[in-house]
Design a protein around this ligand. Structure first.
Ligand SMILES: [Zn+2]
Length: 166
């Protein structure tokens, strides 16, 4: 008898677990069925949104900052979508990653070296083809195959340096 009630107890417990699980599943399923279908954005739309967000910013933005800014303006974006989009924009040479900041900037033309202000976050891209050639020569002398060159000089911009002196 004791055994039977133990089994019955187990049976009841299993039933409770099962019905809770079913309720959860049906809630999820119903939610899925009743959720309003969101207008699907194509990658070009997302690229344009991310690029516009970066262009509006005076400083480089991290992927998460891009996500936050777009979400705040009503454009839902996941971090995965942001990284995928940034990858596309980088390959199209519309965006560059600033390695020292782990952040991204919109670019109009490519640059060889960038001055990064530690204080206000402004960036000053510079074109220095001679420097680029020297680095390429240096790598070649060591039979090193270059994938990419990221030349970033971190410090203080004239304004920040001046206010630090004041
Ligand atoms: Zn500065």
């Amino acid at each position: 008898m004791a055994n039977l009630s133990a089994w019955t107890g187990l049976g009841v417990n299993m039933l409770t677990v099962f019905s809770t699980l079913m309720a959860k599943l049906s809630r999820r399923f119903n939610m899925h069925l009743t959720a309003r279908p969101r207008a699907k954005r194509n990658p070009d739309d997302i690229d344009a949104l991310v690029l516009a967000g970066l262009r509006e910013s005076a400083i480089a933005l991290s992927a998460y900052q891009i996500v936050d800014r777009l979400c705040a303006s009503g454009n839902r974006l996941t971090a995965t979508q942001a990284y995928r989009t940034l990858g596309r924009l980088i390959s199209q040479r519309k965006v560059r990653r600033i390695e020292t900041l782990s952040a991204y900037v919109a670019i109009d033309g490519d640059f060889d070296v960038v001055l990064v202000c530690n204080c206000c976050g402004t960036l000053r891209p510079l074109t220095e083809p001679v420097l680029k050639r020297q680095i390429a020569g240096l790598a070649q002398a060591h039979r090193f195959a270059i994938d990419r060159i990221a030349l970033e000089i971190v410090g203080s911009c004239p304004q920040c340096a001046q206010s630090a002196m004041a």
